[in-house]
Write a protein that binds this ligand. Structure first.
Ligand SMILES: Nc1ncnc2c1ncn2[C@@H]1O[C@H](COP(=O)(O)OP(=O)(O)OP(=O)(O)O)[C@@H](O)[C@H]1O
Length: 429
């Protein structure tokens, strides 16, 4: 790593990630480390130019106020401490914060603003080549942002030493499996194994109505399919994963409250343990997207809206049937197309359709129908903890309704979910 770095020490603040992002926004790389970092760990970090002691409400642990280790004060590096009696001492105003950070980072620490995607990619390519050498690496490629960007980075670094496995479990959105094949096999010339596991997943899920059981079955079956593919391959030493910085921050530093185990391909059996390659583990989501764009991935992949791990399976409510699953997929495609045409893509955080497992009476061509409703959902959120409902123009809702009832077989009604979170969650299952 050639870039200068500012270290943020977590002294119980809830704003570590935000400060790290704000420093990076100034063009200077930053990392968050625990408050009791050792002299050895600190000196192992490359090009550290200064340290921010970021205190906050969690600074008192078991009745004792925590402090940075001696090593930090002895390091001789410029320090900035930002809390006062356990209260964070940051200016609330964005410009004032930026001015304060910029004064510290540039005037005091003399850091160079050389954090950018070109340098990041060049560094990672070098590190990946050093780690992998002539050996082989495997990646489960969902087509989602994180694993796609990892794939693109590894293709740049080690080309055909990478094998990607894409599992089509039948729960992906319209066009997604095709896009994975098109982009990675045809455009990027990658080794891609495409596994058609649609029947396998849907057979396993038949008759299962409980959402938790559905999720478990999908997760377990995914591990099984991936494991089978991995066993067919010879001489693989490494497994690449799309771990990103929030996964690591959320799994907890010493004072962080929230602990969320990230759920990448961790469930593989003991004899299939690989050494991990995680080139994005220091990037925030927007940086992952910028990296993907710089590596030439299409916008549709890089700016894709969040999608649940179990895919459309949790939007086909209750026990999944193939025809109702197709109704979810087709209506979702129409909703996305109409939001795109209306310029709402990228403006609304997440939008999708849900098909419940009940029917209602309707009428079509003077005949009685008994068909499913489609529920539309469009929400905005900053942190996914709370969400508000998008104020979609009524004319657009009418247009989407007309298209779905005309084009999607088995559907005779369209509803718009007006519920914010709380009380509704973003997804229905
Ligand atoms: N259908 C699939 N085919 C291959 N790999 C998959 C598939 N679904 C999930 N994975 C693997 O499991 C990881 C975690 O999946 P999850 O659905 O939780 O997405 P994520 O953490 O948002 O990552 P991504 O953005 O890559 O989808 C993915 O990064 C990918 O490596």
């Amino acid at each position: 790593m050639k870039q200068d770095m500012i270290v943020i020490l977590d002294l119980g603040s809830e704003q570590n990630a935000q400060i790290a992002r704000e420093v990076r926004a100034l063009g200077v790389y930053s990392e968050i480390h625990p408050h009791d970092i050792t002299a050895q760990a600190l000196s192992a970090l490359p090009n550290v130019k200064g340290i921010i002691l970021n205190g906050g409400p969690n600074r008192v642990v078991d009745g004792v106020e925590i402090d940075a280790s001696r090593a930090v004060y002895d390091s001789g590096l410029p320090l900035m401490a930002v809390d006062h009696k356990g209260e964070p001492d940051w200016p609330a105003d964005d410009d004032a914060r930026r001015a304060m950070l910029s004064g510290f980072v540039f005037d005091l620490c003399k850091a160079q603003p050389n954090w950018n995607m070109e340098n990041f990619i060049a560094d990672q390519v070098e590190l990946i080549r050093r780690q992998i050498g002539e050996k082989k690496v495997l990646l489960a490629l969902s087509g989602g942002v994180d694993s796609s960007v990892v794939a693109a980075l590894l293709i740049r670094a080690v080309g055909k030493q990478l094998t990607c496995v894409h599992v089509n479990h039948g729960l992906l959105r319209q066009g997604e499996p095709e896009q994975v094949v098109q982009v990675f096999r045809h455009q990027m010339d990658a080794n891609l194994i495409y596994v058609d596991a649609v029947d396998r997943f849907l057979d396993k899920l038949a008759g299962v109505a409980d959402p938790e059981r559905k999720r478990k079955i999908i997760g377990a079956e995914f591990i099984r399919v991936f494991e089978e593919e991995a066993r067919k391959l010879e001489g693989i030493d490494f497994l690449a994963q799309g771990t990103i910085y929030p996964d690591i921050i959320e799994s907890g530093t010493k004072t962080a409250k929230a602990v969320k185990a990230h759920h990448n391909v961790g469930g593989l059996p003991e004899d299939l343990k690989f050494e991990l390659v995680e080139p994005l583990k220091m990037l925030f989501k927007d940086e992952v997207r910028a990296c993907g764009k710089a590596l030439g991935l299409p916008d549709a992949m890089v700016y894709r809206q969040p999608f649940p791990g179990p895919g459309l399976g949790v939007r086909c409510l209750g026990a999944i049937t193939r025809d109702r699953l197709e109704a979810v997929r087709a209506s979702d495609a129409i909703l996305r197309e109409e939001f795109h045409n209306a310029g709402l893509e990228g403006k609304v955080w997440q939008y999708f359709t849900v098909v419940p497992d009940f029917k209602s009476v309707g009428v079509r061509d003077n005949k009685r129908t008994f068909d499913w409703p489609v529920i539309l959902r469009a929400v905005n959120t900053v942190d996914a903890m709370t969400a508000t409902v998008e104020d979609v123009p009524f004319a657009l809702l009418q247009k989407i309704t007309a298209r779905i009832t005309a084009e999607v077989p088995g559907v005779n009604r369209v509803l718009y979910d007006l519920t914010p979170k709380p009380t509704g969650t973003i997804e229905w299952e």
